[in-house]
Design a protein around this ligand. Structure first.
Ligand code: GLN
Ligand code: ZN
Length: 759
């Protein structure tokens, strides 16, 4: 009999109880004992749900108080020495200090988990001597067994991936770190065996990214040692997010099962399976239900994959599961009471996905009573959904898009010709100063929006409030002496949601939250249909702001790739096609702004980098279509209209030539977090378009001194042409308070003036 399994369940709770409890604890409103009690209740309720759904292998130790990578570090005693720690089990207080910083010590770095929008806490190895502080998987296993009689499957972040994700060691020390940590993993697994644990899942997502021969030696070393530690435990070596590299070697490791992504890496995985087969003593755990998206599975289609697999392995050697942990999808469609039924019917969040896993498993096991009904219900749901008018504009849109693509997506004049025209028209000084778009979203701004949303305020009242904020900030910017002004984005909650609400083809869930980092959850918009431009989205506020000043006001849009990467997208069209649809709609907004007299338009693309595919051969095609989407949005403007873009959140060092190809007149990049490195990159590659490297970090309330910014500007000017250099903060200022914002901008202007004098 095939088994059904799950790789991990969302920890946030159906109503984000998890987040609320943790934040109350941080605020000092919940005692630690109470926090433990509440989180335990949440954890057990998730186990009960999975049991009720009929999952055979229920994951334990997938739950976390913050992040599973941090949990692994804490279990192994890897605590950065700047925190006071004397060994032993990491206390709750210390655990959160590592994640969020203490009064006097900065938090550990946080970064994206592979190609997802989940962020993990980066382990810092340095000179630490690791030690096993407590056997967390064992504790989780015991709890499930004692409380609910569940024979859980402990989930453990695999040693190879853990080391790969960590920092604080040189590349040549990787093998030494594997050796240092191996005895601890050995002990964990031995203790699990002694307890009678049957299955253990080692997550090794690093095995889908390219890894070397030397890496493979380490992987082999790890899994051979672990097999020796616990010969009776059935180890599942679990990969996800893409097809696995070196299948032919991994399948021969002394493991019980290899876990493969049957959605995102299906093609690559099935080719390797067919080419190399499956040894008779091995199981394949196949992820057939998409753990990265919210759409209902088309069961027959998934089942054809099982039929292909059955040519290689008998059903009793198959484990059916989601493609990855369900951490990346919301909890349950059940709470969506505002969506049209026809959309709700094609959605599947974590709970619904578990049902799909069980349906596929039952069918494979010949228990097909409810199969036919489920298949038919799915087909009907998709038929009704596909008939929606909003899903049937694609051909017409594509004709317009193709025409533009064929025209070559180039501006009328080259940068060298058009930039002087812009500078002249806009009367820009050397080293023009500007900001990234948003100004503080104060309590008052949020309260005003919520009054309007609740109907306590009319649209006129709300608009009048926004206009007053714009007035105030236009005046501030003039007083400060900024050269290019912005309206401040007071009308926007979020840079993607704002546009999604105004474009056709989007819908919004009521409760579709997913964890982004720590207690922070996001509710991505859903692109369910063809993206259509309905009416101007930003013209009113921008034109109003421009009417209040003689200096140029920059219009602000979110770019196509960022909107796409921060949404759940339909799966019947390629991401490239969706990006072009978004670009085509945004192009119309760019042109509406231009027609209304706006001469600078910024199209923000902070999320380009994070959508970069994990497989190297897919990266260039992705970057190419991202560039095309940006150019499609912006290339139709007059020579005198200046196009800006903005990027942040990551390391752009390997993307400079792609950024150049976007052909934006000016780009502003977040720089302060890795200032030296980014500038060094510009030493090696020339950048000959307008550019502003952020001169101060906006993530902290600290007001940087004039001299500090002056030296950053001078440093940048050693590698960048002064005639092309702009001065701006790192990113938008919406999370800051007013006084610190004004003080920091004042210093930025002073620093600029000082540098201009010396030029
Ligand atoms: N224009 C946006 C702002 O200023 C950009 C935000 C971002 O880059 N994440 O808030
Ligand atoms: Zn930014």
């Amino acid at each position: 009999m095939a088994l059904s399994s799950n790789l991990g369940y969302p920890r946030i709770g159906s109503q984000r109880q998890w987040k609320k409890a943790i934040e109350q604890y941080w605020a000092g409103k919940l005692e630690e004992a109470e926090l433990h009690a509440q989180l335990k209740e949440i954890r057990l309720s998730h186990l009960r749900k999975q049991q009720a759904a009929g999952i055979d292998l229920i994951p334990v130790n997938d739950f976390s108080y913050y992040d599973q990578v941090l949990d692994t570090s804490a279990m192994l005693g890897i605590v950065p020495p700047r925190f006071s720690y004397e060994g032993g089990k990491v206390s709750t207080k210390l655990y959160y200090e590592i994640a969020r910083g203490s009064n006097d010590q900065p938090a550990s770095e946080m970064t994206k988990w592979f190609n997802t929008n989940y962020h993990y806490i980066v382990p810092e190895f340095n000179n630490i001597t690791p030690q096993l502080t407590h056997n967390a998987p064992l504790a989780a296993y015991r709890e499930a067994k004692q409380e609910l009689g569940i024979e859980g499957k402990p989930v453990i972040l695999g040693l190879f991936s853990f080391v790969k994700l960590a920092k604080g060691y040189a590349k040549h020390e990787q093998g030494a770190w594997v050796e240092k940590l191996l005895p601890l993993y050995y002990q964990v697994l031995q203790e699990l065996q002694a307890e009678g644990v049957q299955w253990v899942q080692f997550d090794e997502p690093a095995l889908v990214t390219a890894f070397s021969e030397q890496d493979m030696v380490q992987v082999r070393r790890i899994y051979e040692a672990l097999a020796e530690a616990a010969p009776n435990v059935k180890v599942i070596l679990q990969t996800y997010f893409e097809s696995v590299e070196r299948y032919s070697e991994l399948i021969h490791l002394p493991i019980a099962a290899l876990g493969l992504d049957g959605v995102h890496g299906w093609q690559g995985n099935i080719e390797q399976l067919l080419a190399h087969g499956v040894p008779a003593n091995k199981l394949v755990a196949i992820g057939l239900v998409d753990g990265r998206n919210i759409w209902r599975a088309e069961l027959e289609e998934s089942y054809t994959k099982l039929e292909q697999l059955q040519k290689l392995v008998t059903a009793d050697r198959l484990i059916i599961q989601p493609s990855c942990s369900l951490l990346h999808v919301p909890v349950s469609v059940q709470y969506e009471d505002k969506l049209p039924q026809v959309i709700k019917d094609v959605l599947a969040f974590a709970d619904e996905k578990l049902t799909e896993v069980v349906q596929l498993t039952n069918k494979l096991n010949g228990q097909a009573e409810s199969w036919e009904q489920a298949v038919q219900a799915g087909k009907q749901a998709y038929a009704a959904f596909n008939a929606l008018e909003q899903r049937n504009y694609k051909d017409k849109l594509q004709q317009s898009i193709d025409k533009l693509l064929q025209q070559g997506l180039t501006r009328a004049a080259s940068f060298a010709e058009r930039y002087p025209l812009q500078v002249n028209k806009l009367q820009l000084p050397l080293l023009p100063t500007t900001t990234i778009g948003s100004f503080p979203q104060t309590k008052e701004v949020r309260a005003a929006r919520s009054r309007w949303r609740k109907g306590e305020w009319t649209s006129e009242q709300y608009d009048a409030f926004v206009a007053e904020e714009i007035d105030r900030w236009i005046a501030y910017q003039e007083q400060l002496g900024l050269d290019v002004l912005v309206h401040g984005e007071f009308e926007r909650t979020d840079m993607v949601e704002f546009f999604g609400e105004k474009l056709g083809g989007f819908c919004f869930t009521a409760n579709g939250w997913v964890q982004s980092y720590g207690s922070r959850c996001v509710k991505p918009p859903v692109i369910y249909g063809d993206v259509t431009y309905e009416a101007p989205m930003t013209v009113k506020e921008t034109v109003y702001a421009q009417s209040r000043t003689k200096r140029p006001v920059k219009g602000m849009l979110t770019g196509p790739i960022t909107i796409m990467n921060w949404s759940f997208v339909r799966q019947d069209l390629s991401r490239e096609t969706i990006a072009y649809q978004l670009a085509f709609a945004l192009k119309q907004e760019v042109e509406a702004l231009e027609k209304s007299g706006i001469s600078i338009i910024q199209v923000d693309e902070p999320a380009v980098r994070e959508g970069l595919p994990l497989k190297q051969d897919e990266q260039k095609p992705y970057l190419d279509f991202s560039i095309r989407a940006f150019r499609l949005t912006t290339c139709g403007v007059q020579n005198e209209t200046q196009i800006h873009t903005h990027m942040c959140y990551c390391d752009f060092s390997d993307m400079i030539s792609s950024i150049r190809d976007m052909d934006a007149d000016v780009i502003s990049i977040e720089t302060s977090r890795s200032h030296g490195e980014l500038i060094a990159n510009f030493e090696q590659q020339t950048y000959d378009l307008g550019i502003g490297l952020g001169v101060y970090d906006i993530h902290s309330p600290r007001v940087p001194a004039v001299a500090e910014m002056e030296s950053l500007i001078e440093r940048a000017l050693r590698v960048l042409e002064p005639g092309l250099f702009w001065i701006n903060p790192d990113c938008g200022l919406k999370t800051r308070q007013e006084p610190e914002t004004l003080a920091a901008l004042k210093n930025m202007i002073e620093a600029t003036a000082a540098v201009r004098q010396k030029l």
